[in-house]
Design a protein. Structure first.
Length: 271
């Protein structure tokens, strides 16, 4: 095909994430890790939050459709889109739909990774590591807080249910709630308070890849409410001023492994 002669560049990796106004540096650190890990690929980033894109106003940051169009125009032969989303819910599904659309007209070969907590092996490793990192004494309790999805029939809710089930089975001093969607804190606050009854201290652990505005607003509201009943503390950060899942070695390992598998599908040798 005559158009193929315009596809002369090699491999591109696109880190597709929600983005953060005040914690974007976390994603940039991930990008540096990828640059060092995948030496034969060019690294790019795509954000799904239009609000974050508008506030950051960085011309190098694009939506996934914009980034894929630019890479197609540049003539990349192979594109690996890394889904930097914790659960395979709506944002991850949008990644899949966008790639399917581009496959209809682009001569680039495009593949994508799974969401981070999609495969059982990664989910088990990451959730067990979190449970171990935040082990509790008899008078302590953990409250894990995930974001949630608005519709119960949304793809990926099985991953959320599994994470919730495993965390509560790993320890009877673990509780789980969401910021929105199923099991939101305001609806089950009384149940949570009954579960933590007798605990001298409750630790709040955000199951958020990057703890941005949700950490500063919604999680702190939960802390204020529970603080009326017991001592509340936030999960100790791995790095920086707040706990973010993206800092966990197990999360980084999952992302790197999934990316290597994606590149292998594209015909790029595994790292």
């Amino acid at each position: 095909m005559k158009r193929l002669r315009h596809y002369k560049r090699g491999t591109a990796i696109v880190l597709c994430c929600f983005g953060s106004v005040n914690q974007q540096a976390k994603y940039e650190m991930l990008r540096k890790l990828y640059t060092a890990q995948f030496l034969d690929a060019d690294l790019f980033m795509a954000l799904s939050s239009r609000s974050v894109l508008n506030k950051l106003a960085d011309p190098e940051l694009k939506t996934l459709p914009e980034q894929l169009a630019a890479l197609d125009r540049a003539g990349y032969q192979k594109i690996c889109v890394v889904s930097c989303y914790l659960f395979p819910t709506e944002e991850h599904q949008q990644v899949i739909k966008t790639i399917e659309g581009f496959r209809g007209f682009s001569l680039s070969k495009i593949e994508h990774t799974s969401a981070i907590l999609h495969q059982v092996k990664h989910a088990n490793r990451i959730l067990a590591a979190i449970n171990t990192r935040f082990s509790t004494e008899q008078d302590e309790h953990n409250l894990f807080i995930y974001h949630g999805a608005p519709n119960l029939d949304a793809s990926g809710y099985s991953s959320i249910w599994y994470a919730e089930s495993l965390l509560t089975r790993l320890s009877n001093r673990n509780s789980v709630c969401s910021l929105e969607g199923a099991h939101p804190y305001p609806f089950i606050a009384d149940t949570i308070k009954a579960e933590i009854s007798g605990a001298l201290r409750v630790r709040l652990i955000p199951l958020l890849l990057v703890s941005g505005n949700h950490f500063e607003n919604d999680v702190n509201k939960i802390a204020d409410d529970l603080g009326l009943y017991t001592q509340v503390e936030h999960a100790e950060p791995v790095t920086g001023d707040r706990f973010c899942l993206i800092d966990l070695p197990e999360v980084k390992k999952a992302l790197i492994e999934q990316t290597s598998e994606c590149l292998e599908k594209l015909g790029v040798p595994r790292v």
